[in-house]
Design a protein around this ligand. Sequence first.
Ligand code: ZN
Length: 404
Amino acid sequence: MLVFDKCGKPDMTSAAPVFCVSDAAAALSRFNEEAYTVFPGFCDVHVHFREPGFSYKETIASGSRAAAAGGYTAVCTMPNLDPVPDSPAHLRAQTDLIARDAVIGVYPYGAITVGEKGEALSNMAGMAGEVIAFSDDGKGVQSEDRMRAAMTEAKRLGKRIVAHCEVNELLRGGYIHAGAYAASHGHKGICSESEWKQIERDLRLAKETGCGYHVCHISTKESVALIRAAKRDGVDVTCETAPHYLLLDEHDLQEDGRFKMNPPLRTLADREALLEGVLDGTIDMIATDHAPHSAEEKAKGLAGSAFGIVGLETAFPLLYTGLVRSGILPMARLMDLLVWNPRRRFHLPLGNDFSVWDLNARYRIEPERFLSKGRATPFASREVNGKCCLTVYHGKTVYESLEA
Ligand SMILES: [Zn+2]
């Protein structure tokens, strides 16, 4: 059995990670054939589990089971909830559910501003001990002064700011990329500048305040270039992109809500720049931005559907098939992006967490089989390699494929 361990990986400073397969020998005993591959537990720093507040879309239980089915053992949940975790009491509404229902490690973000409204800062100090970092994901923090204050406070608390970057006044009602497809099909477009302009501002603020800064779901070539330059300049910045920005672009768009997410699928040039960023280390990690909605909310075409697609159950097979098997990315580098870099950046050491995969299993993605409540994915019916057979979290089996 081939085991991808941490050999040759960068030093995980705080609390050295343990990846100990022998501890789970019982769970592994039925996979003792050469056909299986064991990976350390994947870590996704950007998911939406919708609870409390929107449990018709997803719950901590369904979301964490979907994550386990995708080989993930640690995920960080975004705060666009009801109540928004902007105070210890509001945060507790979510942490109580996590304690009761999560089958893997689920780490909540605290909001940057009260109600994610972009105005008064949340009770960051009150939540700092219990949140992974601070984010207003779903929205950009529009005010420069507010973002500066948030970074200053986060720095004081030893926490990072994780930013969804979007300049509202540049959106102009857009919902897919302002490119060739939008023009030829009569859709309203979102320009690239709406993303990179705010990244540019925040990089300046991160340099000024010294705050550790992480950029969510980058999708444009300009974002890659800005972050690459900031890293060279010594700014404490990391960033993520998502599988769909690496594997799809506006040429793949169809008149269907499952192709609608924010940021949108951009141009081929953007996709190529993102791949380059992954290869040269500018992009540190791949997150799914798993954002489930009801079937009804995703059935209103590109213009009317809600933004967001699911991703936890398809990320590894898609990336493995599209990037590793095709020879673009070495497997060890994919492990950096899915395991080691996010865990190191957000201090999430690996316990006895791993998943077992049959990488030769070839199949079509069938959303109706997802454990997530969300079914909208632009990758429906795409053929992929890699089937998750077993996932173990803290030595306990949390997912097992019945077909394995
Ligand atoms: Zn976002």
